[in-house]
Design a protein around this ligand. Sequence first.
Ligand code: BGC
Length: 683
Amino acid sequence: MKRTLILSILLLCTTLAQAQIQITREDRERAEALVEQMTLEEKCALITGQDDGFHTAAIERLGIPSVRMADGPQGVRNKTHSTYYPCGISLAASFNRSIAHGVGTGIGWDASARGVRIMLCPGVNIYRSPLCGRNFEYYGEDPYLASETAVQYIRGIQEQRVIATIKHFALNNQEFDRHGTGSVADERTINEIYFPTFRKAVEQARVGAVMTSYNPVNGVHSPENQWLLNQLRGWGHDGIVMTDWTSSYTTLGCLTSSLDLEMPQGYVLNYEAVSELVKNGTVEESLVDEKCCRILQTFAAYGLLDLPMKNESIPENNPESRAKAYEAALEGPVLLKNDGILPIKASKKNNIVVLGPNADIIPYGGGSGRMDPIEGTTTTLWQGIASLGKGYKASFMDWKNIDEAAIRKASAVIVSVGFNHDTEKEGADRTYSLPAGQNELISKVASLNPNVLVVANSGGEFDVTPWIGNVKGLLMAWYAGQESGRALAAIISGAVSPSGRLPFTFWGTEDKNPAAKYYHAVVPAVKKRSKNRDPYPNAEYKEGIFLGYRGVERFGIEPMYPFGYGLTYSGFEYSGGSLEVLPYGYCVKFTVKNTGKTAASEVAQVYVSKDKSAVARPSRELKGYEKLSLAPGESKEVRILLTTGSFARYSIPQHNWVVDKGSYKVIVGSSSADTKIELPVEL
Ligand code: BGC
């Protein structure tokens, strides 16, 4: 039995490794041979963005093509209309690796159909505060969930011969004054919370490119931060490191760090500036050669020096991409409250009113993550409900001009609220409260009708306290892309059970979040500083490793909805529970049964907890999960592998991960606050 398991794991690893593009010795030698023939001027062109700022340089005499890039992460942006997929937080909320892989694959198809060979995604910065304007692009608060999601998404993209770019390295966890505020954290916090997603992307997905952050990390701008970039190279990243757009400061700093590509153009790595330092002997030209080599070896590995940029066999408006967008949109929404309002089954008595600012639009978060869907391919929430057909009499109402009598008579009212590209976006932080007028709308509707479902678009938690006690349901819909209306209608009608889980802790009030007081502390300093950004205010990550659910016990605070939580239309029973010892870790085994009358999915989560630790540790940490789709009455045996690394913590004195001897518990549950099975382990 044990042997079969090990063999199947090995086989799986081999299959995955085969699918991944790796930079080989031949790619390196080819790159070196090309660089030898290049002039310094050509080399400087290659290490800086060109044209519209979304292309690399072509060096035609050497057969080096210009490579086109485009933003993600919700689809292919920049001068095109494309399939619009659910946002990052929605993919994380699916707790489903194959959904993340499917969206990556769809984006890879769409990019290659357009001749785009570098996608500027995924964004994986950890959710530290609900206010960060880009949380919607990212994968939530937990490094394990974020890295599992990122690895699959990257593999999906790169299997289509498109380079993925993981961003923003590192500690870019707020949008407030992102160019002018530094991030300061200790080595353990960085390694346990903020590095793992980047590290796994390098080690397990061989991500082709990494984008640095705007914020300095511990006092040094990230593209020039040798310590930071050396970590990345130490994990084995031999692909490209590029700057975020306009975040380079000095020629010397960018030359001497292992940065490769300055974007969107050569502000500091231009020929004039670089050649001066080479000529006066400050730096060796070999520093530039090394950057060119890493760019060209990556291009060689992805076939960009040989094969056509465009994959003509894939249509730009691809039904298969749309199918991936729909599958993902079904699995992201998280049902947080359901006092019997959902599902709304087909009935002659149905007379549903749909209203709210987001009810008949495709809401999206703003900034470079915003993109243009293909005309005629989108379905809004209202359109989704309206097309449910027989048994779903429904009407749309203008939220600014409500018909009180019609609301009173409705069998159910769906209020669609939340943020959008203006109120939640890159370059600014958002409010904790819903945008103006929305709390009042919900409260008003709830005073007229007891049967209210709130459907909310956001990248994280927001203040629900003004009305949560007066509504029957709350469904977190994130920004679910072009198919959001179809998917939400399927969930609301019960055709599909909701299966998303919170990828962050929903505290319920702004100040409960362990990071809140430190997150805001930088604001007065920013306001006081001089115009030339001197002094440079720092956001200090003083909550350390006790972010999100890791802070629940440490600080004795109870969240409104815990990390990993989400309701569905069925019930589940956990049974069994054993640990099989493997040469490199453990296999956790248990059984989950759907005890209800509806097909539904459960997300079984495995946490590790150290009993009595001399070094402070979170009371539990997610180290495994599996989403199980179960028919009524069906049971499945779940097997989740834990390696010895699953029990490790980072040691600052040793500058490394260590596994402490002693007693641990492996906890199986359906959220971070739930314990179904507890298994002791002695290491
Ligand atoms: C963003 C990046 C993005 C780049 C190019 C920057 O402002 O921070 O995430 O990839 O612009 O659009």
